[in-house]
Design a protein around this ligand. Structure first.
Ligand code: PLP
Length: 407
């Protein structure tokens, strides 16, 4: 028998969506007539836009002809897609990147998790609480989290509370941390870091030689001025930050799978003998060993996202979700709740009312309004007392949910 990776035993089972599903099904068994509205959903519901489906069809036709057939794609992505990413997402915003600093992949989930391959042991890792759970779990799985304590804490992980009192923006640590995970606009809190908040992190990272892993999966939802869409809008970020982007929520690609990661060539790490190594070279090496690229068909679909029609159609979809989210937030605010998000993000984060914790509020919404959301506690201890709703449902069902709540 093999020795298995015991770190997997240290990860909390992710009961969140399982329990949400189970509680909803139990309710439905007792009340089969209930018309449940699911506002907890973190997946897109709008179909792919025409610009993307046309590109998909055309790319399939390319694959059917000997002259245009494509075999293995380049590991880090076709230049046609990387050039479009560079021109539209960076150069157009005044950001200087090299095309080979962009690595196309099948998802920001896999990239954020796989980036732990770059880390040696002994780093102090700062993670926000509440959080997209992948950052935490992938470090535990890879054995980078240190010793496990009795209450689910780890000796090398510093949790950074993000609560109403600090505007859901993590405080700059008073003690040194080496690796910092930031997600903006944020899942689950729906809030986004402004220029000065993000600049404070970049300054901290430069001063302490730390690395920021910036997850910008929801960047396309930013609508307010003063909210950076890329960490590289902050001076100096090239020397301290990796950026993860995804076509999933912005382009409706959750079922198509395409994303990219930017690893600037300035980024360095120290190895045991004290020498410096390039994270860009390491990520290139990792990509070429463990990843065989995103298919030509999918990369052509991603390219269509940057066409004039693609941009317009995508914006319409994102505005649709944002309108839902805004309507949810305004509904709850009007009912006297403290409600956040929904402006630069499809997520709404509610403070549960007096007398309710995350799960009892879940039960209350389910039983009294037949509405399903996600208890904040499932995203971390600091999510207790909060509740996540999303704009990813249909306009009609969101409207119906709001009418029920107001009634
Ligand atoms: N990052 C955050 C913060 C997310 O919320 C999600 C998905 O919910 C992802 C990354 C995953 O992105 P992808 O679909 O590209 O793997």
């Amino acid at each position: 028998m093999i020795n298995a990776n015991g770190n997997f035993q240290l990860i909390k089972q992710n009961y969140l969506f399982y329990t949400v599903g189970q509680k909803t099904n139990e309710y439905l068994e007792k009340h089969p007539e209930a018309d449940i509205i699911r506002l907890g959903i973190g997946d897109v519901t709008r179909p792919l836009v025409p610009a993307v489906t046309e590109a998909l069809h055309a790319a399939v036709d390319d694959m059917a002809r000997a002259e245009t057939f494509e075999g293995y794609p380049p590991n880090a992505g076709y230049d046609f897609l990387k050039q479009a990413i560079l021109d539209n997402d960076y150069t157009a915003r005044g950001i200087r990147l090299d095309i080979d600093e962009i690595f196309v992949s099948d998802g920001a989930k896999s990239d954020t998790a796989n980036f732990t391959d770059m880390f040696g042991s002994g780093n102090i890792i700062a993670i926000t609480d509440p959080v997209y759970p992948v950052y935490f779990d992938s470090n535990v799985m890879a054995g980078k989290a240190g010793k496990a304590g009795v209450n689910g804490e780890f000796s090398k992980i510093r949790l950074m509370p993000c609560v109403a009192e600090n505007g859901f923006a993590p405080d700059i640590p008073s003690r040194r941390v080496d690796i910092i995970y930031l997600c903006s606009p944020n899942n689950p809190t729906g809030t986004a870091l402004n220029f000065s908040q993000l600049k404070a992190w970049v300054d901290y990272a430069i001063k302490h030689g730390s690395l920021i892993l910036f997850d910008g999966a929801y960047e396309g939802f930013v609508r307010e001025p003063g909210i950076p869409r890329s960490i590289y809008e902050i001076e100096g970020a090239r020397s301290c930050a990796v950026e993860f982007r995804s076509f999933s929520k912005t382009g409706g690609f959750t079922g198509v799978r395409c994303a990219y990661t930017v690893v600037p060539k300035e980024l360095k790490g120290r190895v045991r003998d004290g020498g410096l190594v390039s994270l860009h070279k390491m990520w290139t090496r990792r990509h070429s060993t463990k990843f065989n690229g995103v298919s030509y068909i999918i990369q052509k679909a991603a390219l269509a996202v940057y066409s004039p029609e693609g941009k317009k159609q995508l914006k319409e979809n994102m505005d649709y979700y944002l309108a839902n989210a805004r309507a949810i937030r305004e509904c709850f605010a009007g009912l006297g709740y403290r409600a956040y998000g929904g402006t630069n993000s499809p997520y709404v984060w509610l403070k549960t009312p007096e007398g309710y914790d995350s799960w009892s509020f879940f039960d209350h919404l389910l039983a009294d309004y037949n509405i399903v959301g996600t208890p904040g506690e499932g995203f971390g201890a600091c999510g207790e007392g909060y509740f996540r709703l999303t704009g990813f449902g249909t306009k009609e069902r969101t409207k119906e949910a709001i009418e029920r709540l107001k009634r």
